[in-house]
Design a protein around this ligand. Structure first.
Ligand code: ZN
Length: 134
């Protein structure tokens, strides 16, 4: 699949403002900016750490997948994202290997990346995002 790095760790938070303070003030990492992703009903903030990022996700609606995640399990690590250079090819490869996909086709995520999620049932319990940055 040509995974060349851990792209980011996604963390579900109740409030971007409250949670950002920890990363900014305690860890000393400035956010890259805040962006809304209407498709996933979230507002996200990225914090760059070396070649990887920390993505904070705040739900913008009650039926946001992130709101449902927080209601069920509380705030915390939601997914892990690895960088691939060719997402359609990676999805094709996953399908051929019998991997269960949440997204059969690439969709547009934060930062205009092309993303697709892989089901935790196929990854040992981790929601995995495949991420292609253009
Ligand atoms: Zn993500």
């Amino acid at each position: 699949m040509n995974v060349d790095r851990l792209d980011h760790i996604g963390i579900a938070v109740e409030s971007l403002e409250t949670s950002s303070a920890f990363y900014r003030d305690v860890l000393g990492i400035e956010p890259d900016g805040v962006e809304e992703v209407p498709d996933q009903k979230v507002k996200v903030a990225f914090f760059t750490v070396g070649e990887s990022k920390i993505e904070l996700l705040e739900p913008t609606a009650e039926d946001s997948p992130i709101a449902q995640f927080i209601a069920k399990r509380g705030a915390g690590i939601h997914h892990m994202a690895v960088r691939v250079d060719d997402l359609p090819a990676a999805l094709e490869q996953a399908r051929a290997a019998g991997i269960r996909l949440i997204d059969e086709e690439p969709r547009v995520g934060a930062g205009n990346a092309r993303i697709a999620f892989v089901h935790p049932k196929s990854t040992g319990g981790v929601l995995l995002e495949l991420c292609e940055r253009r």
